[in-house]
Write a protein that binds this ligand. Sequence first.
Ligand code: ADP
Ligand code: MG
Length: 357
Amino acid sequence: MISIRHLSKTFHNPDGSVVNVLKDVNCDIDKGEVISIIGPSGTGKSTLLRALNMLEPPTSGQILFDGQDITAKGYRLDALRRRMGMVFQSFNLFDHMTVIENIIYAPIRLLGISEADARAEAMTLLKKVGMSQKADVYPSSLSGGQKQRVAIARSLAMHPEVILFDEPTSALDPTMVGEVLSVIRQLASDGMTMLIVTHEMRFARDVSTRIFFMYDGIIYEDGSPEQIFEHPVHSVTKAFVNRIQKLVYEIGNDEFDQLDMHSGINAFCIKYNIADKASLAISIADEMIQNHMASVRPLTFRLTYTELTGETALDFMVEGLTESPFAPGKFPEDIRSKAKDIIQEPTTRGFRIKILI
Ligand code: ADP
Ligand code: MG
């Protein structure tokens, strides 16, 4: 359906500097594929999507869509954009129009559909994204997740053959990410061809037929979710997909700011969408730091979250120690009963107690 050949994009900045954002991108995308594009920021993911529907005309190379070069002079860009929908991080709804007016605007003007037919179809699409009760309200009264679902319905109303999503959940509160991802999942199971730039690793692994890992202006690694996430070929890919988010506190001999740690743990859990684990993490941290390991100072406490596996752990690390401060079989029962698993192990510099929750 889409073939990209030697695509490059160079930006010339006002200060005279030149950035080669896309260097030599090559790929073929079949109808019905769901491709997640992942990679560090600044590696050209958005530029690639924008090049695909010619919002950002490439510097060189070709993009073939159904065999026709869309970068060629004279190619009808309005027709291209009808066939290739785009959903942005920031929704881009018209604020002065109601939800249903947002959806029927383009089909009436660009596809020549009657208003009655457009409204009937809009209601079907709103039902599909779970927003039919909100047809007559203005976008300002909706949550971010609801706005994004309307934006998806609006895109579907043009009957696109492909939809490009540029970080559709990045602007949302963590509580609303799920509702948008489940709409996209539904589209995937309907067979819609989609390219999705996303930071949601677990979603990408579950929903995609293929993953593009972008790095340094190229598709650095391209493969099935299993290949990219379980057996990446390149070490940069491996490091990226296994990223671990960390929150670290050094607990010395002087007074430790416990409330500051509580709010830090709360904020961390909200940010990574594990708010349900915050109170357990706080209670285990308090118990370990103030009670069971009160005599062990300095102590390093680390809360970690592995995005890909969803593993959440509290690490308590002591330098210079070679074995557990707890006698065999004497690990505190109150902690053991709350944990999924407990791993006690020596590290290069000391000893670690890892409590998985
Ligand atoms: P990603 O989406 O992977 O974070 P982008 O495609 O947005 O990356 O941007 C890649 C690089 O291109 C960044 O360094 C960015 O600053 C630069 N860039 C993007 N758009 C422009 C532009 N219009 N002018 C100059 N530089 C740009
Ligand atoms: Mg981007």
